[in-house]
Design a protein around this ligand. Sequence first.
Ligand code: FES
Length: 190
Amino acid sequence: MAENDWIYVTDESDLSDGKMMPVYPLGVHVLLAKVDDLIYALSGKCVHMACPLYTGTLEGNILTCPCHDWRYNIKTGEFLDATELRLETYQMKSENGKLFIMLTKGEIIVKKVSMYTLSTCPWCRKQKSSFKTTIYHLTTLTTNLADEKTQSMIMNELDANGANGFPFVKIDKNVVHGYNPERYTALLDL
Ligand code: FES
């Protein structure tokens, strides 16, 4: 997908006036808000401590964070007490009742994750189930159930990376082997 593609996020009828909702195009946390029949799309996380803003309040043009009451202009994303701080804003368009968003280059955070496991490995199962809730492009191969050629490819890859156990995970160009939730969290920006 090209970086400047329009991405469908929801139907216009899902958002009523004066309401907010979160959407997650390509894994980006985005807040949609409708004010006076216009729809705005902003970063869904507060710039203070990343609280989810859709659980805050919207009064007129003013969005208030639920955690420590920082207030933002919903139209511009500006933090009212220091306008140099702002929420990222995104272009929106509506076509035939469908809402589309364009993400800026720096906000596309989808990671390509490949994972090699063993069907008998409890740590592999644990890691795989945690990925399911947060990863969008996850591919897995169960090594001991794969064909000979694939097994050989996997073992060569493990060898090349000095890995001696499973799960073996590639996150973009980074490699992690063994159960290591802190490392996965850091690489995935969770
Ligand atoms: S996290 Fe939003 S005001 Fe603190």
